[in-house]
Design a protein around this ligand. Structure first.
Ligand code: PGA
Length: 251
């Protein structure tokens, strides 16, 4: 069956000192063996975190990567090839902050998704609707379109080596969480959309929920049949809280 995953998205937080402290806290956690645990530090700290977590069963990923797989003339970007060399295994693609604040379009995200996979970096594709879209009854349409963008470009089998994170934009960093049933409904629709193309891919892909997940609400969310873990923002900056969320996924 699907292995649960709990991933911490540190966003643009941290200094050398705070990253050292958080990494130390993570090293000391007792983590459930059945759960895949990952953290996504700012690119600047990836080496520091990989060194600090040496020997610990925590995967390190990047929050972003370039539209082309190899190093080259692309100022300010980091290539999937470089991330892999550093020891990264995963990369977030299409987080709503990058879609909305940086203006990344589905077309750009498709290129990033493919570039990452070309180097064996597993994309965690983030999709989700805004509050306005939810209130207009467009949640499944929006999420379906974001997913279709990848399926149409690369085929559904692209999700055989990718993870999907459903993150309602209105729940990110707001303290508002989708109810377990609201999240489950969208997760079931995502899996259904994949299953219509390929039942095996749909059954195997890990679908994470993100948006104000904390130790206090994690177990209930992770208890839903199509929720395979979480993408955790704010609560991942505290090692003990993050550890508690990982344990919730292990139960
Ligand atoms: P949050 O962020 O847990 O702080 O709401 C989740 C995310 O943006 O990945």
């Amino acid at each position: 069956m699907r292995r649960p995953m709990v991933a911490g998205n540190w966003k643009m937080h941290g200094t050398r000192a705070s990253v050292a402290e958080l990494t130390e806290g993570l090293s000391n956690l007792v983590l459930p063996s059945g759960v895949e645990v990952a953290v996504f530090p700012p690119a600047l700290f990836i080496n520091q975190v990989i060194d600090g977590l040496a020997g610990k069963e925590i995967t390190v990923g990047a929050q972003n990567s370039a539209v082309q797989p190899e190093q080259g003339a692309l100022t300010g970007e980091v290539a999937p090839e470089q991330l892999v060399e550093a020891g990264c295994k995963l990369v977030l693609i299409g987080h709503s902050e990058r879609r909305q604040i940086i203006g990344e379009t589905d077309e750009v995200l498709n290129r990033k998704f493919a570039a990452a996979q070309a180097k064996g970096l597993k994309p965690v594709l983030c999709i989700g609707e805004t509050l306005e879209e939810r209130e207009a009854g467009k949640t499944l349409e929006v999420v379906g379109r974001q997913l279709s963008s990848i399926i149409e470009a690369f085929g559904v089998k692209a999700f055989a080596s990718a993870v999907i994170a459903y993150e309602p934009v209105w729940a990110i960093g707001t303290g508002l969480t989708a109810t377990p049933q609201q999240a489950q409904d969208v997760h079931a629709a995502i899996r259904g959309q994949l299953a219509a193309e390929d039942a095996e891919v749909a059954a195997k892909v890990q679908l994470l929920y993100g948006g104000s997940v904390k130790a206090a609400n994690a177990a209930e969310l992770f208890g839903m049949p199509d929720i395979d873990g979480g993408l955790i923002g704010g609560a991942s900056l505290n090692a003990d809280e993050f550890g508690a969320i990982c344990r919730a996924a292990g139960n």
